[in-house]
Design a protein around this ligand. Structure first.
Ligand code: C2O
Ligand code: CU
Length: 494
């Protein structure tokens, strides 16, 4: 069944819709069945300064926890193939859409042009069609953990929840630090899935979309509770990506500290010790973990977290009373085990790096803007909720924010959500630094492209709009919120 965008909006905003919106679920496409059953991401590295890849999005059966599941994959893989490139490389991706819906690709966190066949979220690739993406990564691009996923407005949550997400690694200066080089590197792509008895992706109900859909099945690299085994050395470099459309991960290693060395946009100036770390949807973090001399196991835990937004949802759904078993910290009262790290013990102690990469201080900006993030009750009764910036839902034909290329701006992100729901704010193309959170400076300086703005919080970010004029977007990375309107267009003028 084909449902157009307009019908989709009506379906998803009518508060009377409590039944699942099954009609928009992706139909299985059997024209191009995938042969590959591989779960671990295959790596594509750039050679001769060119990363060439034939990428196909399609549905495909995999084995998940011993059961058959029908997920969406790029080249048949969940998570998608890991791409690796270097600053200065030209990337060319021949992309084919074998879904039954339109789609496209977004290169989350990359500082590349938003125009043409590059990181352009306005491109639409209809079912059965192909497009060649081509862009050059600037020579001074920071190394780091970036990623790619679909970004066709109205379908983003559904397609990412199907499994469409992969790492896009830029190698460079952080990888060249001796201590980092000596560490064993592991990538951990966090995804959650909701499957029905037949292994099909469950369609969300109205409330799932309001809160942002979550699944009970937690996976790391497409596996349930995998074990990472470290044979030698004592230092482990864990590179996390939260590729879930709505789930927050409050990560901890059973009382064992870890050291944050990089965030979304690359390295910190020096490692910072943490006992736990919250990773909102879209965020990345790199941590160093020190092993011990004796063989030992650490469990990687996801601690309970409440991301707000319950009260109004209950009213909406007519579900009063205790809701601790439901959304928000959804069902989660106890820590969940994500993975196990097994150390075999080691002989010599590897030191932590003292210094990483300096993080530049940005100049004070002339322009300060205020952006209100909110979920509001629609004006007309019975219209349900809308998700907005400054009271306006996404309109593909309107520019919300005009900026000048090669200037720096401060944006004050104010979460005025009636229901005190958390919203992770993401800006394309131009990474930023968090300057103040509720008037307080952040404990360390870091490059980010996604920042959590909790219910009631005000977060000030400083953005250098560098190099690339053009139109791009900012939005909430709870992807259902984005699909339901919490997205704006920024036009970067030449
Ligand atoms: Cu990861 Cu515009 O998104
Ligand atoms: Cu949101």
């Amino acid at each position: 069944v084909k449902v157009n965008r307009r019908q989709f909006i009506i379906l998803t905003t009518a508060s009377a819709v409590t039944a699942s919106v099954a009609s928009i679920a992706l139909a299985q496409n059997n024209r191009n069945p995938f042969k590959s059953q591989a779960l671990s991401p295959k790596i594509y590295k750039s050679a001769d300064g060119l990363l060439k890849l034939d990428l196909e999005a399609g549905s495909h059966p995999i084995s998940l926890g011993g059961k058959r599941a029908y997920l969406l994959g790029y080249n048949g893989q969940v998570p998608a193939p890991r791409l690796e490139a270097q600053a200065g490389d030209t990337v060319r991706i021949r992309f084919t859409n074998n879904l039954t819906q339109p789609t496209n690709l977004h290169y989350h966190g990359l500082h590349v042009t938003p125009t043409g066949n590059a990181d352009n979220p306005f491109l639409e690739i209809p079912p059965g069609e192909s497009l060649t993406y081509k862009f050059t990564i600037p020579k001074n691009h920071r190394s780091g953990t970036y990623w790619y996923h679909p970004h066709h407005h109205g379908y983003v949550a559904e397609q990412v929840f199907g499994g469409l997400a992969g790492l896009f690694i830029i190698r460079g200066e952080l990888d060249e630090i001796a201590e980092i080089q000596a560490a064993k590197e592991e990538f951990l792509v966090l995804q959650d899935f909701a499957l029905d008895r037949n292994g099909r992706i469950q369609s969300p109900n109205h409330m799932d979309m309001m809160m942002g859909r979550e699944g009970e099945l937690l996976t790391v690299n497409g596996q349930i509770k995998p074990t990472f085994s470290i044979a030698s050395g004592g230092l482990l470099r864990l590179r996390f990506l939260n590729a879930s459309p709505s789930r927050f991960y409050r990560l901890a290693l059973e009382n064992h500290p870890f050291y944050l060395v990089a965030t979304d946009g690359g390295a910190l100036a020096e490692p910072v010790e943490f006992k736990e770390l919250l990773l909102a949807p879209g965020e990345r973090a790199e941590m160093l973990v020190r092993g011990e001399r004796e063989p030992k196991q650490y469990r990687l835990l996801n601690l309970p977290y409440n991301r707000g937004g319950m009260e109004m949802m209950e009213d909406e759904m007519g579900m009063m009373g205790d809701s601790s078993h439901m959304m928000g910290g959804k069902s989660q009262v106890n820590p969940q085990i994500l993975a196990t790290l097994t150390y075999q013990g080691f002989v010599s102690t590897l030191p932590l790096p003292k210094q990483l990469i300096p993080v530049e201080t940005l100049p004070e900006p002339k322009t300060v803007r205020r952006l209100e993030l909110s979920m509001e009750e629609e004006m007309a009764p019975g219209m349900g909720m809308s998700f907005t910036f400054n009271g306006k839902a996404f309109d593909p034909n309107k520019i919300n924010t005009q900026v000048q290329v090669n200037t720096v701006e401060d944006w004050e992100l104010v979460n005025v959500d009636l229901d005190r729901m958390d919203h992770p704010f993401h800006l394309h193309v131009n990474p930023f630094q968090v300057i103040l959170r509720n008037g307080e400076p952040e404990p360390y300086r870091a490059w980010k492209d996604t920042v959590l703005v909790r219910g009631g919080e005000t977060v000030r970010i400083r953005i250098p709009f560098r190099d690339f004029p053009g139109k791009t977007v900012y939005h909430c990375h709870v992807l259902d919120h984005e699909d339901l309107g919490m997205m704006g267009i920024v036009n970067i003028q030449a």
